[in-house]
Design a protein around this ligand. Structure first.
Ligand code: IP8
Length: 251
């Protein structure tokens, strides 16, 4: 059976965060070719929203809950990130991967900002058929708040275990988690207590790098390690080679 690998690609990699709605098709094309050439892996992909979703979520203040006054933001935000997903899936398919987009707005449900844990049997079935499911951070209906924003990083935390992922990687626009400009090779639940991880400089309703590390530490606390590295090192990560980034692991 093929090794199951979960790869999350940050929104800062596949969009230009300084221009609302601008998709970086050149970078998406490059990454798609790297991913599509790894035929031996059973891949699950997740991507962030970048400038296709964060500006809308912020404009409609979706993170603070949803009522009739801002409910139009559900459509606007989902449309923006679904367009990015369609662009990524199209590029992956062109490169030869049997990719299919899966939208959390339809596949998930949340309570107070957290996705309600589940098995995601449709995603598991796709993987066992050799399909590459491509999920993304999304606006999700929420039992308490009406709707909320679920980040791709929260999805990584939730999907990795039930779907039996052997390796988990998060590709970003920086070489790893940085402290004073240097990559921190390892973070554990204990060591993070003394760390100052920065947030994103652009509109990011889900917390940038610190939100990412928080979700991966939840995994580490359950004994599951993950890696954060620069998007140019995706091939190295997929091949199990050193990637020059940060490993998040149990103490
Ligand atoms: O970019 C956020 O996902 P993230 C999703 O992974 C939306 O934090 C729609 C803003």
């Amino acid at each position: 059976m093929s090794e199951r690998v979960l790869l999350k690609i940050g929104g800062s990699v596949i969009t230009d965060k300084s221009v609302q709605g601008r998709i970086r098709y050149d970078e998406i094309g490059r990454i798609s070719k790297v991913i599509a050439s790894r035929h031996d892996l059973a891949l699950l992909l997740v991507h962030g929203a970048g400038s296709c979703g964060h500006p809308e979520a912020s404009r409609f203040n979706l993170a603070g809950g949803v009522s009739e006054a801002n409910r139009a933001g559900i459509f606007e935000t989902h449309l923006a990130v679904a367009r990015l997903n369609a662009g990524f899936v199209g590029s992956l398919r062109e490169a030869g991967a049997e990719a299919v987009g899966v939208h959390l707005l339809s596949a998930g449900f949340a309570d107070d900002g957290r996705l309600i844990p589940g098995e995601f049997p449709q995603v598991g079935k796709m993987i066992s058929l050799g399909i590459v499911p491509v999920l993304h951070g999304d606006v999700v209906m929420d039992r308490t708040r009406g709707a909320c924003i679920v980040s791709g990083d929260q999805l990584v935390n939730l999907l990795a275990e039930p779907l039996g992922m052997a390796r988990i990687g998060v590709a970003t626009d920086v070489p790893g988690v940085l402290c004073d400009g240097e990559v921190i090779p390892e973070i554990t639940p204990e060591s993070q207590k003394t760390l100052e991880v920065g947030a994103s400089g652009h509109t990011d309703v889900t917390g940038g790098m610190s939100g990412k590390v928080r979700e991966l530490l939840f995994l580490a606390e359950r004994g599951i390690s993950s890696d954060i590295f620069h998007a140019s090192r995706i091939g190295d990560f997929l091949d199990g080679r050193p990637h020059g980034g940060t490993r998040v692991r149990k103490d």
